[in-house]
Write a protein that binds this ligand. Structure first.
Ligand code: NAD
Length: 553
């Protein structure tokens, strides 16, 4: 019987072995006085600060305003309301599950190059016409300075989108060998279920990547953004829609994290979790998944990048000037609210006075305030809860250690915490062990001849292993650090600060209590969002069941 003719509207796919444009890191704009980008960003900040935005839940491409709302405020001027956001109802969460299943059928069957084109276009829009909007939203809603926002919301997110397309091309190109008369293939299928993406407040780019990376690989996603990054995350969602992302592929469901997680984590169609946030929350999610194992269709992929207690360790041969600057930038940029922020330093006695005095001078020079004033190096911490937690640590430091510089807070207009240097003689003091997530760095000064012993302390002091740095000019000291600190950090720096990982250059993630180390923005991460199918096609199958050895002598 003849094959029926294809319907007129059958989707054509190109007859070509397509390659995505080779990714390069997005150049960072300076926003220096007199530059056009500075004028343009300031204008967008002014208009956005004067607007009242009403942020909906987005399910299957449709906007829902549930009426259960919360305000969006500026952390550096918390009386200033930028708008309201609507919380997803349980019914909308269920609708999102249904919509994601339908969207996955279509989206997962697209040629991967067509999916990549959506993200490449999103990157291009973000690099051009959307840049100011996403940067201004990150500055106003999360209190990032122009530079901190630029390296996150613009450059890192553009890099995630572009590099992931390149990594997807590499991954799909990994194919098995063939035997005579046989063609073997690996089909990198999307997962058979939705991916639940849960993002933190501190990086706009992370929200875009937690939802975007699984979607690029053909999955559909339910994205629960952080309530304190809602403004920028909403614009990222709108950016993806503007780039041509079909309805239902990513569903934007802000709301009560506990209720939403309860509904999604135990659902039979949970294909995976893509989480970034605190270790406690991730552990709780993993526990819920463990308790729901009997009900799943497939084993869910669990990816979580979590907390850190990141260190800078100095050897007596370190360059003191470079060391002090690395600590100040690493500890205080974005108010210490980076998972990679330096929060403990180990300095040899012979260098301490030089490091301390340089740090005091820089701390006294640093301006903290409204991020719309570009002279400020630091803005506010994210919210009242965070402000109170950091204040508690500072009270503890005043009682049980020495506050060398900084230590003041003011919460009346914005949640401001001064950059602070604490010193302790107790290597197990809690400020050396616990994640503070604020601009507080604690120093432990060690005898110069105790270098290796002190590295053992660094390695054992905290349950985390995210980032760390060694400062030394003596090569043997660097070799020793690679040995003794090998498992203390998933991102390790030599003579550089422990923050500022760049997509494509230093794939990011830590081990131990810092997460599953699936390296955001790398092929390793994309691998978690596919389920490989091995296909063997035999061109001339045997027609006789008997093997030659069975013949008569
Ligand atoms: P968080 O854990 O408070 O929140 C993260 C996300 O989880 C948010 O969307 C939040 O609403 C949600 N959430 C909160 N409680 C939940 C619950 N009970 N069940 C399910 N979801 C819940 O973290 P945060 O304050 O937004 O971000 C800071 C933390 O994130 C720090 O610990 C930091 O180290 C970590 N972080 C890690 C990385 C990394 O790559 N390792 C990167 C950025 C941030």
């Amino acid at each position: 019987m003849a094959t029926p003719p294809l319907p007129d509207l059958a989707i054509a796919s190109l007859s070509a072995r397509r390659r995505v444009p080779p990714p390069v890191n997005e150049p960072i704009r300076s926003y220096a006085p007199g530059t056009p980008e500075r004028a343009s960003l300031k204008a967008r900040l002014a208009t956005m600060a004067g607007e009242q935005i009403d942020i909906p839940v987005i399910v299957d491409g449709r906007e829902h305003r549930t009426g259960d709302t919360a305000p969006v405020v500026m952390p550096h001027a918390h009386g200033h309301v930028l708008g309201t956001w609507h919380k997803a109802t349980p019914e909308l969460v269920q609708e999102a599950i249904v919509a994601s299943a339908a969207a996955r059928q279509d989206w997962g069957s697209w040629a991967w190059e067509d999916r990549a084109a959506v993200f490449l276009r999103a990157a291009e829009l973000l690099a051009t016409t959307w840049r100011d909007t996403v940067n201004a939203a990150t500055m106003l809603g999360q209190s990032k300075t122009a530079y901190q926002s630029e390296i996150d919301a613009a450059c890192e997110l553009i890099d995630f989108f572009r590099f992931n397309c390149g990594y997807a091309e590499d991954l799909y190109g990994e194919q098995p060998i063939n035997d005579k008369g046989v063609w073997n293939q690996t089909d990198y299928r999307p997962l058979e279920g939705f991916v639940y993406a849960v993002s933190p407040f501190n990086f706009t780019a992370i929200g875009g990547n937690l939802s975007g990376a699984p979607a690029l690989m053909g999955n559909s996603v339910l994205w629960k953004p952080s309530s304190t990054a809602i403004l920028s995350n909403y614009y990222v969602m709108k950016l993806l829609e503007a780039a041509g992302l079909p309805p239902g592929v990513i569903n934007f469901i802000p709301g009560d994290p506990v209720a939403i997680s309860e509904a999604l984590l135990a659902h039979q169609d949970l294909g995976g979790v893509h989480f970034t946030g605190s270790t406690t929350v991730f552990n709780q999610m993993w526990k819920t998944i463990g308790g729901s194992m009997a009900g799943y269709r497939s084993y869910p992929r669990i990816v979580g990048e979590t907390g850190g207690k990141d260190f800078i360790m100095a050897h007596p041969s370190a360059d003191v000037e470079a060391l002090a600057v690395a600590v100040v930038r690493g500890a205080f940029e974005y108010q210490g609210q980076k998972c990679s922020a330096c929060s403990r330093i180990y300095i040899p006695q012979s260098l301490w006075a030089g490091v301390r005095d340089r740090m005091i001078a820089m701390i006294e020079d640093i301006r903290v305030g409204d991020v719309r004033d570009f002279r400020n190096f630091m803005g506010a911490v994210i919210d009242r809860k965070s402000f109170d937690r950091i204040t508690g640590y500072l009270d503890d430091a005043r009682a049980n250690a020495t506050v060398v510089a900084g230590g003041n807070t003011r919460g009346d207009d914005g949640y401001f915490v001064d950059p602070t240097l604490v010193q302790t003689d107790d290597p197990s003091y809690r400020l050396l062990c616990e994640e503070i997530f604020g601009p507080v760095v604690t120093a432990y000064v060690y005898p110069d001849d105790q270098y290796v012993e002190t590295m053992r302390i660094v390695d054992r002091t905290s349950p985390y292993a995210l980032t760390g740095a060694i400062f030394a000019t003596d090569r043997q000291a660097i070799r020793l650090a690679h040995t003794w600190l090998r498992h203390a950090a998933g991102n390790f720096y030599v003579n550089d600060k422990c923050t500022g990982a760049v997509v494509g250059q230093q794939p990011f993630g830590g081990a131990r209590g810092s997460g599953t180390n699936d390296k955001a923005g790398s092929k390793l991460n994309l691998l978690r969002w596919v389920s490989a199918r091995s296909v063997k096609e035999t061109f001339s199958p045997p027609k006789d069941y008997r093997y030659p050895f069975m013949g008569e002598e």
